[in-house]
Design a protein. Structure first.
Length: 290
């Protein structure tokens, strides 16, 4: 009989053969929670609006800090993007405007359907990261590099399109353009990659890191974020991952399966116990002669 032993980490089996995966959270509740997460991200940033002077002061300080730290200039990356032609710039602007929310939503939907345990963990991480980011948006309003005169960068969205922001930040009623620190574009993209790497076992899963890498090149090349915006988002995500650990599976044990098409051998019959021995009667001892 050819048998093999497999770890049952993702879908351990019970004695009845049913998968012992964690129960999915109620769908309606999760839809409300995820919708609330997106609404908090979208409208919570408005609370930091109106701090124009402080946002530009912080931007100048941050720009000087990056030069002090000898970080590569955002202008060099944008120059390479502009040299690629109008089509490449338009693609970068489209990626910035359209990939952020759908990619994160598809990530959560896939985890909910295929990896319920990972879904709950990822949703908590994203909620914690978003809450920390909104706190920084309130406490540290920051003008993006495309609005900072000292950066000498091009607002590629306004010049080449498409743009998700109004031409004048003061008149933008849909978004707060002074909430650059940290970059949730990059933070969410990095969490999508981390979550998919943890939840899958393919040897190609590390290619998911291309998503945050491409996001980083886009947000900096289009002058929507500084390098430090992405570094701070990475630090916040690292703290969230350290505090909110992936829960252990409900049952973690080794499942033994027989090779397909081979019936398990019946147990060997027990040997019958030997019959009890009966002592032979002893011969009478002859008495002494009379």
């Amino acid at each position: 009989m050819d048998s093999r032993t497999e770890p049952a980490e993702q879908e351990p089996e019970t004695a009845s053969g049913r998968p012992d995966s964690p129960a999915r959270p109620p769908l309606v509740r999760e839809l409300l929670l995820v919708a609330g997460l997106f609404l908090v991200y979208k409208f919570g940033r408005q609370l930091a609006a109106g701090h124009t002077g402080e946002a530009f002061r912080n931007a100048r300080h941050l720009w000087d800090a990056e030069r002090f730290l000898r970080l590569p200039g955002e202008g060099s990356l944008q120059g390479a993007l502009l040299d690629g032609g109008d089509t490449l710039v338009h693609v970068a602007n489209t990626y910035y405007a359209t990939v952020h929310f759908p990619a994160t939503l598809l990530f959560l939907v896939w985890l909910y359907v295929r990896r319920p345990r990972h879904y709950v963990w990822a949703r908590r991480i994203l909620a914690a990261l978003t809450a920390a980011a909104l706190a920084l948006h309130l406490g540290f309003p920051l003008a993006p590099p495309r609005l900072l005169p000292a950066a000498h960068l091009v607002d590629t969205a306004q010049v080449y399109g498409p743009s998700v922001y109004a031409a004048e930040p003061a008149s933008d009623t849909m978004a707060n353009q002074f909430a650059a620190m940290p970059s949730l574009h990059f933070g969410w993209a990095l969490m999508v990659a981390v979550g998919l790497i943890v939840a899958t076992s393919s040897r190609w899963r590390w290619l998911w890191l291309l998503h945050p890498l491409l996001t980083l090149l886009v947000i900096v090349g289009t002058a929507n974020h500084y390098w430090l915006d992405a570094l701070v988002a990475t630090a916040l995500l690292g703290i969230a991952l350290a505090v909110l650990r992936l829960p252990r599976p409900a049952r973690s044990r080794i499942v033994r399966r027989s090779a397909p098409g081979v019936a398990p051998a019946p147990p060997a019959p027990r040997a019958a116990p030997p019959p009890p021995t009966v002592a032979a009667p002893r011969a009478p001892v002859s008495g002494a002669s009379r």
